[in-house]
Write a protein that binds this ligand. Structure first.
Ligand SMILES: *[C@@H]1O[C@H](CO)[C@@H](O)[C@H](O)[C@H]1NC(C)=O
Ligand SMILES: *[C@@H]1O[C@H](CO)[C@@H](O)[C@H](O)[C@H]1NC(C)=O
Ligand SMILES: *[C@@H]1O[C@H](CO)[C@@H](O)[C@H](O)[C@H]1NC(C)=O
Ligand SMILES: *[C@@H]1O[C@H](CO)[C@@H](O)[C@H](O)[C@H]1NC(C)=O
Length: 425
Protein backbone atom coordinates (compact mmCIF):
# COMPACT_ATOMS: atom_id res chain seq x y z
CA UNK A 1 0.00 0.00 0.00
CA UNK A 2 1.17 3.42 -0.80
CA UNK A 3 1.33 5.82 2.04
CA UNK A 4 1.48 9.33 0.72
CA UNK A 5 3.31 12.02 2.60
CA UNK A 6 0.10 13.94 2.93
CA UNK A 7 -1.45 11.09 4.84
CA UNK A 8 1.54 10.94 7.12
CA UNK A 9 1.34 14.62 7.88
CA UNK A 10 -2.37 14.40 8.50
CA UNK A 11 -1.86 11.55 10.91
CA UNK A 12 0.86 13.43 12.75
CA UNK A 13 -1.35 16.48 13.01
CA UNK A 14 -4.30 14.50 14.22
CA UNK A 15 -2.21 13.06 16.98
CA UNK A 16 -1.00 16.47 18.06
CA UNK A 17 -4.53 17.79 18.04
CA UNK A 18 -5.73 14.84 20.07
CA UNK A 19 -2.99 15.35 22.64
CA UNK A 20 -3.81 18.98 22.89
CA UNK A 21 -7.52 18.35 23.23
CA UNK A 22 -6.77 15.79 25.92
CA UNK A 23 -4.73 18.34 27.80
CA UNK A 24 -7.49 20.91 27.52
CA UNK A 25 -10.06 18.43 28.72
CA UNK A 26 -8.01 17.34 31.68
CA UNK A 27 -7.59 20.83 33.00
CA UNK A 28 -10.06 21.78 35.62
CA UNK A 29 -12.84 24.24 35.20
CA UNK A 30 -11.10 27.40 36.34
CA UNK A 31 -8.98 27.22 33.25
CA UNK A 32 -11.87 27.18 30.91
CA UNK A 33 -11.63 29.94 28.41
CA UNK A 34 -14.24 32.55 28.61
CA UNK A 35 -15.52 34.14 25.45
CA UNK A 36 -13.48 37.17 24.67
CA UNK A 37 -14.71 40.05 22.57
CA UNK A 38 -11.98 39.63 20.00
CA UNK A 39 -12.30 37.81 16.72
CA UNK A 40 -8.55 37.18 16.62
CA UNK A 41 -8.74 35.11 19.71
CA UNK A 42 -9.05 31.82 17.94
CA UNK A 43 -7.56 28.74 19.40
CA UNK A 44 -6.60 25.45 17.89
CA UNK A 45 -8.21 24.25 14.68
CA UNK A 46 -11.57 25.68 15.64
CA UNK A 47 -10.66 24.50 19.09
CA UNK A 48 -11.69 25.01 22.65
CA UNK A 49 -12.79 28.58 22.32
CA UNK A 50 -15.48 27.62 19.87
CA UNK A 51 -16.90 25.00 22.20
CA UNK A 52 -20.44 25.32 23.42
CA UNK A 53 -20.71 28.97 24.31
CA UNK A 54 -23.35 28.37 26.96
CA UNK A 55 -21.15 26.00 28.88
CA UNK A 56 -18.25 28.35 28.44
CA UNK A 57 -20.15 31.26 29.84
CA UNK A 58 -21.49 29.34 32.79
CA UNK A 59 -17.94 28.34 33.64
CA UNK A 60 -16.88 31.93 33.49
CA UNK A 61 -19.60 33.15 35.80
CA UNK A 62 -18.76 30.51 38.31
CA UNK A 63 -15.06 31.05 38.18
CA UNK A 64 -13.84 34.46 37.24
CA UNK A 65 -11.04 33.85 34.84
CA UNK A 66 -8.63 36.04 36.72
CA UNK A 67 -9.08 36.98 40.29
CA UNK A 68 -6.33 39.59 40.40
CA UNK A 69 -6.78 43.30 40.02
CA UNK A 70 -6.14 43.68 36.33
CA UNK A 71 -5.65 47.41 36.44
CA UNK A 72 -2.75 46.84 38.75
CA UNK A 73 -0.68 44.09 37.14
CA UNK A 74 1.61 44.55 34.20
CA UNK A 75 2.13 41.46 32.07
CA UNK A 76 5.59 41.76 30.67
CA UNK A 77 6.76 39.64 27.78
CA UNK A 78 10.32 39.39 26.58
CA UNK A 79 9.90 38.27 22.99
CA UNK A 80 13.14 36.96 21.59
CA UNK A 81 14.90 34.12 19.86
CA UNK A 82 17.61 31.87 21.22
CA UNK A 83 21.04 33.44 21.59
CA UNK A 84 19.80 36.98 21.29
CA UNK A 85 20.50 38.00 24.85
CA UNK A 86 17.06 37.21 26.21
CA UNK A 87 18.42 35.64 29.39
CA UNK A 88 20.10 38.91 30.12
CA UNK A 89 16.93 40.92 29.64
CA UNK A 90 15.02 38.32 31.63
CA UNK A 91 17.41 38.86 34.50
CA UNK A 92 16.92 42.62 34.35
CA UNK A 93 13.29 41.91 35.18
CA UNK A 94 13.87 38.96 37.49
CA UNK A 95 15.99 41.10 39.79
CA UNK A 96 13.13 43.50 40.44
CA UNK A 97 11.47 42.95 43.80
CA UNK A 98 7.93 43.41 42.43
CA UNK A 99 8.23 41.10 39.45
CA UNK A 100 7.51 37.39 39.27
CA UNK A 101 9.61 35.99 36.45
CA UNK A 102 9.31 32.78 34.46
CA UNK A 103 11.97 31.57 32.10
CA UNK A 104 10.55 30.16 28.86
CA UNK A 105 7.57 28.12 30.06
CA UNK A 106 6.70 27.38 26.42
CA UNK A 107 9.55 24.91 26.42
CA UNK A 108 7.13 22.48 28.01
CA UNK A 109 4.48 23.10 25.36
CA UNK A 110 6.89 22.40 22.59
CA UNK A 111 8.38 19.26 24.10
CA UNK A 112 4.92 17.87 24.73
CA UNK A 113 3.18 18.78 21.51
CA UNK A 114 5.91 18.56 18.91
CA UNK A 115 8.86 16.77 20.48
CA UNK A 116 10.52 15.67 17.28
CA UNK A 117 9.83 18.73 15.24
CA UNK A 118 11.66 21.33 17.22
CA UNK A 119 12.30 23.47 14.19
CA UNK A 120 9.06 22.75 12.48
CA UNK A 121 7.87 25.38 10.07
CA UNK A 122 4.86 23.39 9.07
CA UNK A 123 2.02 25.88 9.13
CA UNK A 124 -0.41 23.58 10.90
CA UNK A 125 2.10 22.58 13.59
CA UNK A 126 2.76 26.19 14.10
CA UNK A 127 -0.90 26.96 14.58
CA UNK A 128 -1.27 24.21 17.13
CA UNK A 129 1.78 25.35 19.01
CA UNK A 130 0.64 28.98 18.94
CA UNK A 131 -2.87 28.22 20.08
CA UNK A 132 -1.56 26.19 22.98
CA UNK A 133 1.08 28.80 23.77
CA UNK A 134 -1.38 31.64 23.93
CA UNK A 135 -3.65 29.70 26.25
CA UNK A 136 -0.76 28.85 28.51
CA UNK A 137 0.59 32.39 28.59
CA UNK A 138 -2.86 33.73 29.42
CA UNK A 139 -3.08 31.34 32.36
CA UNK A 140 0.43 32.05 33.57
CA UNK A 141 -0.10 35.79 33.51
CA UNK A 142 -3.04 35.10 35.77
CA UNK A 143 -0.72 33.05 38.03
CA UNK A 144 -2.55 29.84 37.21
CA UNK A 145 0.55 27.71 37.36
CA UNK A 146 -1.42 24.47 37.60
CA UNK A 147 -2.19 24.84 33.92
CA UNK A 148 1.49 24.37 33.15
CA UNK A 149 1.46 21.00 34.90
CA UNK A 150 -0.40 19.47 31.97
CA UNK A 151 2.73 19.93 29.89
CA UNK A 152 5.35 18.81 32.38
CA UNK A 153 6.71 15.30 32.00
CA UNK A 154 6.49 13.25 34.15
CA UNK A 155 3.20 14.72 35.26
CA UNK A 156 3.55 16.42 38.66
CA UNK A 157 2.01 14.53 41.57
CA UNK A 158 0.27 16.46 44.32
CA UNK A 159 1.18 19.67 42.50
CA UNK A 160 4.89 19.26 43.01
CA UNK A 161 7.59 18.76 40.40
CA UNK A 162 11.34 18.91 40.01
CA UNK A 163 11.07 19.14 36.25
CA UNK A 164 10.14 22.76 35.72
CA UNK A 165 12.42 24.03 32.96
CA UNK A 166 15.06 26.43 34.30
CA UNK A 167 13.31 26.88 37.61
CA UNK A 168 16.58 28.19 39.02
CA UNK A 169 16.45 31.20 36.71
CA UNK A 170 13.48 32.59 38.61
CA UNK A 171 14.32 34.34 41.85
CA UNK A 172 10.87 33.91 43.32
CA UNK A 173 11.07 30.14 42.83
CA UNK A 174 14.40 29.95 44.67
CA UNK A 175 13.50 31.99 47.71
CA UNK A 176 11.08 31.98 50.61
CA UNK A 177 8.36 30.90 50.87
CA UNK A 178 8.68 28.69 47.77
CA UNK A 179 12.11 27.37 48.72
CA UNK A 180 13.46 27.48 52.26
CA UNK A 181 17.04 26.46 51.47
CA UNK A 182 18.20 30.06 51.44
CA UNK A 183 17.65 32.91 53.84
CA UNK A 184 16.57 36.43 52.94
CA UNK A 185 20.22 37.50 53.06
CA UNK A 186 21.25 35.14 50.25
CA UNK A 187 20.63 37.79 47.66
CA UNK A 188 21.90 36.20 44.48
CA UNK A 189 21.41 32.48 44.46
CA UNK A 190 23.16 30.78 41.54
CA UNK A 191 20.81 28.88 39.30
CA UNK A 192 22.54 25.54 39.87
CA UNK A 193 22.50 25.97 43.64
CA UNK A 194 18.80 26.63 43.56
CA UNK A 195 18.10 23.46 41.64
CA UNK A 196 20.38 21.42 43.92
CA UNK A 197 19.28 22.77 47.26
CA UNK A 198 15.61 23.58 46.90
CA UNK A 199 13.23 20.69 47.35
CA UNK A 200 10.75 19.82 44.60
CA UNK A 201 8.78 22.80 43.44
CA UNK A 202 5.41 23.11 45.12
CA UNK A 203 3.26 24.65 42.39
CA UNK A 204 0.69 25.85 44.89
CA UNK A 205 3.33 27.86 46.70
CA UNK A 206 4.75 29.06 43.39
CA UNK A 207 1.32 30.30 42.31
CA UNK A 208 0.90 32.07 45.65
CA UNK A 209 4.28 33.73 45.18
CA UNK A 210 3.17 34.87 41.73
CA UNK A 211 0.01 36.42 43.12
CA UNK A 212 2.00 38.19 45.81
CA UNK A 213 4.10 40.03 43.24
CA UNK A 214 2.72 43.09 41.55
CA UNK A 215 3.82 42.11 38.05
CA UNK A 216 4.53 39.03 35.99
CA UNK A 217 7.30 38.76 33.39
CA UNK A 218 7.75 35.85 31.01
CA UNK A 219 10.56 35.19 28.63
CA UNK A 220 9.43 33.66 25.35
CA UNK A 221 11.61 32.37 22.53
CA UNK A 222 9.10 30.04 20.93
CA UNK A 223 6.70 32.55 19.41
CA UNK A 224 7.88 33.57 15.95
CA UNK A 225 6.43 37.03 15.55
CA UNK A 226 4.68 39.80 17.39
CA UNK A 227 1.69 39.36 15.08
CA UNK A 228 1.17 35.92 16.58
CA UNK A 229 0.50 37.58 19.91
CA UNK A 230 -2.18 39.96 18.78
CA UNK A 231 -4.92 37.99 20.50
CA UNK A 232 -3.10 38.26 23.81
CA UNK A 233 -2.16 41.88 23.41
CA UNK A 234 -5.79 42.76 22.69
CA UNK A 235 -7.19 40.59 25.46
CA UNK A 236 -8.95 43.01 27.81
CA UNK A 237 -8.16 40.80 30.79
CA UNK A 238 -4.47 41.29 30.25
CA UNK A 239 -2.19 44.28 30.34
CA UNK A 240 0.62 43.10 28.10
CA UNK A 241 3.79 44.99 27.36
CA UNK A 242 6.11 43.39 24.86
CA UNK A 243 9.83 43.98 24.86
CA UNK A 244 11.09 42.62 21.61
CA UNK A 245 14.74 41.83 21.64
CA UNK A 246 16.61 41.62 18.35
CA UNK A 247 20.22 40.98 17.53
CA UNK A 248 22.37 41.01 14.42
CA UNK A 249 21.52 37.67 12.76
CA UNK A 250 25.22 37.12 12.06
CA UNK A 251 25.86 37.32 15.79
CA UNK A 252 22.96 34.96 16.53
CA UNK A 253 24.29 32.46 14.01
CA UNK A 254 27.78 32.58 15.47
CA UNK A 255 26.52 32.20 19.01
CA UNK A 256 24.29 29.27 18.09
CA UNK A 257 27.14 27.51 16.34
CA UNK A 258 29.14 27.70 19.57
CA UNK A 259 26.26 26.77 21.80
CA UNK A 260 24.09 24.22 20.02
CA UNK A 261 26.93 22.08 18.82
CA UNK A 262 24.88 19.15 17.56
CA UNK A 263 22.14 21.06 15.82
CA UNK A 264 24.57 23.43 14.15
CA UNK A 265 27.23 20.82 13.42
CA UNK A 266 27.13 21.33 9.65
CA UNK A 267 27.68 25.03 10.06
CA UNK A 268 30.84 24.24 12.01
CA UNK A 269 31.95 22.00 9.17
CA UNK A 270 31.36 24.87 6.77
CA UNK A 271 33.45 27.14 8.94
CA UNK A 272 36.25 24.62 9.31
CA UNK A 273 36.48 23.47 5.69
CA UNK A 274 35.43 26.60 3.86
CA UNK A 275 32.88 24.51 1.93
CA UNK A 276 29.17 24.70 2.44
CA UNK A 277 27.83 21.19 3.12
CA UNK A 278 25.18 20.29 0.56
CA UNK A 279 22.74 19.18 3.25
CA UNK A 280 23.09 22.25 5.44
CA UNK A 281 19.77 23.24 6.97
CA UNK A 282 19.58 26.81 5.77
CA UNK A 283 16.25 27.33 7.47
CA UNK A 284 18.18 27.56 10.73
CA UNK A 285 19.19 30.96 9.49
CA UNK A 286 16.36 32.03 7.21
CA UNK A 287 13.74 31.49 9.89
CA UNK A 288 15.44 33.95 12.22
CA UNK A 289 15.53 36.61 9.55
CA UNK A 290 11.98 36.02 8.35
CA UNK A 291 10.64 36.16 11.87
CA UNK A 292 12.55 39.33 12.69
CA UNK A 293 11.43 40.94 9.49
CA UNK A 294 7.81 40.02 10.11
CA UNK A 295 7.90 41.19 13.69
CA UNK A 296 9.82 44.36 13.20
CA UNK A 297 7.79 45.39 10.17
CA UNK A 298 4.65 44.95 12.21
CA UNK A 299 6.06 46.65 15.28
CA UNK A 300 7.48 49.64 13.48
CA UNK A 301 4.37 50.18 11.39
CA UNK A 302 2.65 51.16 14.65
CA UNK A 303 -0.64 49.29 14.39
CA UNK A 304 -3.25 50.61 16.83
CA UNK A 305 -3.28 47.38 18.82
CA UNK A 306 0.36 47.81 19.80
CA UNK A 307 0.03 51.39 20.97
CA UNK A 308 1.95 51.77 24.22
CA UNK A 309 2.64 48.04 24.28
CA UNK A 310 5.69 47.47 22.16
CA UNK A 311 9.34 48.28 22.55
CA UNK A 312 12.12 47.19 20.24
CA UNK A 313 15.51 46.68 21.83
CA UNK A 314 18.71 45.82 20.02
CA UNK A 315 20.98 43.50 21.93
CA UNK A 316 23.99 45.52 20.82
CA UNK A 317 22.62 48.75 22.32
CA UNK A 318 21.93 46.96 25.55
CA UNK A 319 25.46 45.56 25.58
CA UNK A 320 27.07 48.91 25.02
CA UNK A 321 24.99 50.79 27.47
CA UNK A 322 23.22 48.39 29.78
CA UNK A 323 22.21 50.82 32.49
CA UNK A 324 20.79 53.44 30.17
CA UNK A 325 18.88 50.90 28.09
CA UNK A 326 17.52 49.25 31.19
CA UNK A 327 16.22 52.58 32.41
CA UNK A 328 14.48 53.04 29.08
CA UNK A 329 12.94 49.59 29.43
CA UNK A 330 11.59 50.37 32.88
CA UNK A 331 10.36 53.69 31.59
CA UNK A 332 8.43 51.92 28.90
CA UNK A 333 7.00 49.49 31.46
CA UNK A 334 6.00 52.39 33.65
CA UNK A 335 7.73 50.89 36.66
CA UNK A 336 10.38 52.38 38.87
CA UNK A 337 13.66 50.57 38.44
CA UNK A 338 14.87 49.33 41.76
CA UNK A 339 18.31 49.27 43.31
CA UNK A 340 18.77 45.52 42.96
CA UNK A 341 18.41 45.77 39.19
CA UNK A 342 21.11 48.40 39.06
CA UNK A 343 23.40 46.35 41.26
CA UNK A 344 22.84 43.28 39.18
CA UNK A 345 23.81 45.18 36.03
CA UNK A 346 26.95 46.41 37.67
CA UNK A 347 28.11 42.97 38.71
CA UNK A 348 27.13 41.28 35.47
CA UNK A 349 28.26 43.51 32.68
CA UNK A 350 31.88 43.92 33.58
CA UNK A 351 34.85 41.72 34.14
CA UNK A 352 35.48 38.13 33.37
CA UNK A 353 34.25 36.75 30.08
CA UNK A 354 34.87 33.19 31.19
CA UNK A 355 31.73 33.16 33.24
CA UNK A 356 29.58 33.75 30.18
CA UNK A 357 30.88 30.57 28.63
CA UNK A 358 30.13 28.59 31.76
CA UNK A 359 26.77 27.41 30.69
CA UNK A 360 24.61 27.48 27.64
CA UNK A 361 22.18 30.15 28.61
CA UNK A 362 24.54 32.26 30.67
CA UNK A 363 23.82 35.91 30.65
CA UNK A 364 26.23 38.30 29.06
CA UNK A 365 29.28 39.29 31.03
CA UNK A 366 31.58 41.88 29.60
CA UNK A 367 28.76 42.42 27.22
CA UNK A 368 30.09 45.30 25.16
CA UNK A 369 33.06 43.28 23.94
CA UNK A 370 30.77 40.36 23.18
CA UNK A 371 28.39 42.19 20.91
CA UNK A 372 30.57 42.08 17.79
CA UNK A 373 32.93 39.25 18.66
CA UNK A 374 31.13 37.07 16.11
CA UNK A 375 33.15 38.86 13.44
CA UNK A 376 36.25 37.01 14.53
CA UNK A 377 34.47 33.66 14.60
CA UNK A 378 32.53 33.44 11.33
CA UNK A 379 34.15 33.00 7.96
CA UNK A 380 33.59 35.67 5.33
CA UNK A 381 31.66 33.16 3.20
CA UNK A 382 29.20 32.57 5.95
CA UNK A 383 28.83 36.25 6.63
CA UNK A 384 28.29 36.96 2.96
CA UNK A 385 25.63 34.29 2.78
CA UNK A 386 23.89 35.62 5.85
CA UNK A 387 23.96 39.15 4.49
CA UNK A 388 22.40 38.03 1.23
CA UNK A 389 19.69 36.06 3.03
CA UNK A 390 18.92 38.70 5.62
CA UNK A 391 19.69 41.94 3.81
CA UNK A 392 16.27 43.46 4.40
CA UNK A 393 16.26 42.95 8.10
CA UNK A 394 19.90 43.96 8.49
CA UNK A 395 19.06 47.23 6.84
CA UNK A 396 15.90 47.73 8.84
CA UNK A 397 17.68 47.20 12.14
CA UNK A 398 20.75 49.23 11.27
CA UNK A 399 23.36 46.49 10.95
CA UNK A 400 25.95 47.26 8.33
CA UNK A 401 26.93 44.68 5.72
CA UNK A 402 30.62 44.14 5.02
CA UNK A 403 32.06 43.90 1.53
CA UNK A 404 35.31 42.10 2.22
CA UNK A 405 37.01 39.82 4.68
CA UNK A 406 39.29 42.71 5.68
CA UNK A 407 36.35 44.86 6.55
CA UNK A 408 34.81 42.00 8.49
CA UNK A 409 37.86 41.48 10.65
CA UNK A 410 38.70 45.15 11.13
CA UNK A 411 37.24 45.72 14.56
CA UNK A 412 37.99 49.42 14.64
CA UNK A 413 34.98 49.80 12.40
CA UNK A 414 31.64 49.00 14.07
CA UNK A 415 28.89 47.36 12.07
CA UNK A 416 26.19 48.61 14.38
CA UNK A 417 24.80 51.88 13.15
CA UNK A 418 23.25 54.34 15.54
CA UNK A 419 19.54 53.97 15.31
CA UNK A 420 16.78 54.93 17.69
CA UNK A 421 13.57 52.99 17.95
CA UNK A 422 11.22 55.13 19.93
CA UNK A 423 8.55 53.10 21.72
CA UNK A 424 5.21 53.74 20.09
CA UNK A 425 3.13 55.55 22.66
C1 LIG B 1 -7.14 47.90 41.59
O1 LIG B 1 -5.93 48.61 41.68
C2 LIG B 1 -6.09 50.00 41.52
C3 LIG B 1 -4.70 50.62 41.51
O2 LIG B 1 -3.87 50.06 42.46
C4 LIG B 1 -6.97 50.55 42.65
O3 LIG B 1 -7.14 51.93 42.49
C5 LIG B 1 -8.31 49.84 42.59
O4 LIG B 1 -9.11 50.26 43.67
C6 LIG B 1 -8.12 48.34 42.64
N1 LIG B 1 -9.42 47.70 42.41
C7 LIG B 1 -9.84 46.67 43.15
C8 LIG B 1 -11.16 46.11 42.77
O5 LIG B 1 -9.21 46.23 44.08
C1 LIG C 1 0.27 12.55 47.14
O1 LIG C 1 -0.41 12.80 48.36
C2 LIG C 1 -1.11 11.69 48.87
C3 LIG C 1 -1.89 12.14 50.10
O2 LIG C 1 -1.10 12.96 50.92
C4 LIG C 1 -0.12 10.57 49.19
O3 LIG C 1 -0.80 9.44 49.67
C5 LIG C 1 0.65 10.22 47.90
O4 LIG C 1 1.63 9.24 48.18
C6 LIG C 1 1.29 11.44 47.28
N1 LIG C 1 1.86 11.10 46.01
C7 LIG C 1 3.13 11.29 45.72
C8 LIG C 1 3.57 10.80 44.38
O5 LIG C 1 3.90 11.85 46.48
C1 LIG D 1 2.35 22.68 48.88
O1 LIG D 1 2.05 23.88 49.59
C2 LIG D 1 0.72 23.96 50.01
C3 LIG D 1 0.49 25.36 50.58
O2 LIG D 1 1.38 25.62 51.62
C4 LIG D 1 0.45 22.87 51.04
O3 LIG D 1 -0.89 22.92 51.49
C5 LIG D 1 0.73 21.52 50.36
O4 LIG D 1 0.61 20.47 51.31
C6 LIG D 1 2.12 21.49 49.78
N1 LIG D 1 2.25 20.27 48.99
C7 LIG D 1 3.14 19.34 49.25
C8 LIG D 1 3.12 18.12 48.40
O5 LIG D 1 3.93 19.45 50.18
C1 LIG E 1 40.42 49.52 9.62
O1 LIG E 1 39.43 50.51 9.44
C2 LIG E 1 39.91 51.81 9.72
C3 LIG E 1 38.72 52.76 9.61
O2 LIG E 1 38.06 52.65 8.38
C4 LIG E 1 41.03 52.18 8.75
O3 LIG E 1 41.51 53.47 9.02
C5 LIG E 1 42.14 51.15 8.92
O4 LIG E 1 43.15 51.40 7.96
C6 LIG E 1 41.62 49.73 8.75
N1 LIG E 1 42.64 48.79 9.09
C7 LIG E 1 43.00 47.81 8.30
C8 LIG E 1 44.06 46.90 8.81
O5 LIG E 1 42.47 47.64 7.23
Amino acid sequence: MQCSWKAVILLALASIAIQYTAIRTLTSKPFQLCPVPSPQNCGLLGGPETESPIEGRAGCDEYPYFSFNASRKTHIMVLATTRSGSSFVGQLLNQHADIFYLFEPLYHVQTTLIPRLSHSRNAADRRVMLGASRDLLRSLYGCDLYFLESYIKPAPANHTTDKLFRRGASRALCSLPVCDAFGPTDANVEEGDCVKKCASLNMTLAADACREKRHVAIKVVRVPEIGDLRALVEDPRLNIKVIQLVRDPRGILSSRIETFRDTYRLWRIWRATGRRPYNLDLSQLTVVCEDFLGSVSTGLSHPHWLKGKYMLVRYEDLSRNPLLKTMEIYDFLGLPMDKSVEEWIQTNTRGSTELSAKHKYGTVRDSAANAESWRLKLSYDMVEYTQATCHKVLHQLGYKAVKSAEELKNMSLSLVQDKTFVPFS
